[in-house]
Design a binder for this molecule. Structure first.
Ligand code: PLP
Length: 399
């Protein structure tokens, strides 16, 4: 065996964390890092949130797993709460985002199948999308770097340019079943789809009898300051995939659907062993308790503005490092004027964690519970990191 026993699929930073407290991660050596990566938008309520810890440990002492052969009260309750808080009537629980997408894609295909149109199975997607790493979701995402070497691309996905709604309209054929889009692209580089475009997609779907699928795996569950990002546009989908933040760090996902869209998902046609297990449901319900609390999302919006305004100031100060600020809510991007990986490392040197994304962007995805003081602290660290990089440019030019 050479090196580690793990697959070499991840390029890992040389850091191992022992525990976390709120927005902070502490290494095995006791060093503290301010975490604006949030486990890539997963740790929506930070680390060791007392309400989440209590929900998980209480459930752990009672029951972990029973299988979906039986009623799971926590699952029924979380399903109802998600439906009440959204466009949806029905929910299917999964363990991950990719599985939630798989469920949405299958549900759209089954819908047309039971309506007498088995030929309608294709889904239109957008450049820069990320929908997961299963065979179908890499085909949906359409990114060559994820498809290469994995055999024939799963059939049934047609990709058009980012925010190119005219191209999406032209791509509709008698075989089209659905249009799939992230209202705010995460991995693609914090690229927000304009409200007008989401409205046009809704119209196109209605006009052509297609299902509109939103992937809110990253932008959902309060991240943008509304429970779901599409609420800002006043447009609702027929199907939606959710994961990441809904579990607050416990692996879980969900596919939400209207009654009509879920019409083909009858007994036995789809399933999961672990999806909707009692542990995940206890945590998911606890996350909703907090996020749906009066004033919580309003405070996320206020803090988001504070962070975004501060970032704009830093970008003005160091234009050779940060070109511009983008994004919405606590899903913000720094478009870098130098390789984003360099900036990520410079910020890590300041003990601030961030996540690189496509389009040479760095993502800031702090927990929704981040405090004003932590936002100020993060801005100081970003300023210090940007200054060290800017100073290095000046020093190099002087040589
Ligand atoms: C992370 C992500 C996924 C995939 O989720 P996994 O839990 O890694 O399978 C899908 N869509 C979006 C938008 C994501 O950010």
């Amino acid at each position: 065996m050479s090196g580690s026993a793990l697959f070499e699929t991840f390029v890992r930073a040389p850091l191992a964390f022992d525990h976390g407290e709120g927005t902070w991660l502490v290494t095995d050596k006791g060093e503290r890092y301010l975490d604006f990566a949030g486990g890539i938008a997963v740790n929506s309520l930070g680390y060791s949130h007392p309400h989440l810890v209590a929900a998980l440990t209480e459930q752990a002492a009672k029951l972990w797993h029973v299988s979906n052969l039986y009623e799971i009260p926590g699952q029924s309750r979380l399903g109802e709460r998600l439906a009440d808080a959204s466009f949806a009537d029905k929910v299917f629980f999964t363990n991950s985002g990719a599985e939630a997408l798989e469920c949405a894609i299958k549900t759209a295909r089954r819908y047309h199948f039971v309506k007498g149109h088995p030929e309608r199975y294709r889904t239109i997607t957008f450049e820069g999308a990320f929908h997961g790493r299963t065979l179908a979701t890499i085909a949906a995402g359409g990114q060559y770097k994820y498809l290469e070497g994995f055999g024939p691309k799963v059939d049934g996905f047609d990709q058009v340019g980012f925010d190119d709604i005219d191209a999406a309209e032209k791509a509709i054929t008698p075989e089209t079943a659905a249009i799939l889009i992230e209202p705010v692209q995460g991995e693609g580089g914090i690229r927000q789809v304009p409200t007008q475009s989401l409205k046009r997609l809704r119209q196109l779907c209605d006009q052509h009898g297609l299902l509109l699928i939103f992937d809110e795996v990253q932008c959902g569950v309060g991240r943008t300051g509304k429970l779901f990002a599409h609420e800002w546009a006043g447009v609702t989908p027929d199907l939606m995939a959710v994961a990441k933040g809904i579990g607050g760090g416990f692996p879980m996902g969900a596919c939400l659907a209207t009654d009509e869209a879920a019409v083909g998902m009858t007994a036995g046609v789809h399933g999961t062993t672990f999806g909707g297990n009692p542990l995940a449901m206890a945590v998911g319900n606890a996350v909703l308790d907090v996020v749906l609390e009066e004033g919580f999302l309003e405070d996320v919006r206020r803090k988001a503005l504070l962070l975004k305004q501060g970032l704009a100031g830093v970008a003005d100060e160091f234009p050779d490092v940060i070109e511009s600020i983008r994004g919405t809510g606590l899903m913000l991007g720094l478009k870098c004027a130098m390789p984003n990986t360099k900036v990520t490392v410079a910020l890590r040197d300041q003990h601030l964690l961030t996540v690189p994304a496509g389009d040479n962007v760095i993502r800031l995805l702090p927990p929704l519970t981040v405090t004003d003081a932590e936002i100020h602290e993060a801005l100081e660290r970003i300023r210090a990191g940007a200054k060290s990089l800017a100073d290095a440019i000046v020093a190099a030019a002087a040589k």
